[in-house]
Write a protein that binds this ligand. Sequence first.
Ligand SMILES: [Zn+2]
Length: 390
Amino acid sequence: MLVFEFKIKAQKYQYLAIDEAMRIGQFVRNKCLRLWMDANKEDQINRNKLNKYTKVLSDSEEYPFVHKLNSMARQASAERAWASISRFYDNCKQKKPGKKGYPKFKKFSRSVEYKTCGWKLSNDRKYLSITDSTGIGKLKLVGSRDLHFYQKNQIKRVRLVRRADGYYAQFCIEITRIENSNSTGNYLGIDLGLESFYTDSTGKKVENPRFLRKSEKKLKKLQRKLSKCKKGSTNRRKAQARLARQHLKVSRQRKDFVVKTARCVAMSNDIVVIENLNIKGLVRTKLAKSINDASWSMFRDWLEYFCKVFDRKLIAVNPNYTSQDCSNCGQRIKKSLSTRTHICSCGARLDRDHNAGINILNKGIDSVGHTQIAQEYWVNASGQMSQWMC
Ligand SMILES: [Zn+2]
């Protein structure tokens, strides 16, 4: 799935209509959740039943506004409810530590999703029309992406999103993206850190970019300013808006950095090994803030994505003792978080995170087995050779 995003340009009444559509979607989602909460075991609520329930809602005279939203958009809302229910079930089944994420009612939905109908793209692909009875109408799309490359039936979802700086339309496009990539012969182990973003098994450190740190600092400053404003005052409202825009800026910059870094790692290595951190579990400790800031989980998601795209192997290993054990002789050397250098009696002396990166790489290769790697290499190499011969 690829997601393309455009800014929307429209009239005031259209923005209000989009808000209304989001409210209806939220209403449907919450109603589905309520149905599930009130149900007995015998009712066996599932995705299908929730989908059917959206029809009941739109037919009912009690909620005359529901039918305005396109039927498949209503179903998409029901699917969202089901997604949060099934996530909760999964967490319970896997016995995840901590909270299981019991589904909550949404109060401030900021998006509404259409599936394959209820909308139309203009022939020049510069306008999106919403054709249900919500009254949204024709929206101008502003952005540098070109939708001409894709068939209309490749667009599986259209989502309208509200952000601090306006409204956006997202198009989810179904394509299988596998890029032709040559095998590089490189393996890499990655130790995600707090001081630098990560340190790899070659000893290279990747820092959080300066612009990101700078705008995060500004974010904190705006936060402080907001807390000084009187409640209900105009100044406070303005400060809130400024803060929201800064949040948006930081999250965009962070995503940009993470995507580029993950792409680069996947492109230049055949095998990437990372720690299998239970990030949710860690976040509850006092490291929480820095971990969130370093946006690790986002990085891992993108790494997974790019490893698929470039046909690379991604291995997650248990992180236990990776920072304690000596990467040279295997001796366990206890050290506190503040000890930054690994020193061993075997003569090894290197940066703590570099040592961890090597251990992570070794663990990953052990878990797959050298022979399997060698075999895959051979297949890769011969595959390429036949390409060249063509
Ligand atoms: Zn040693």
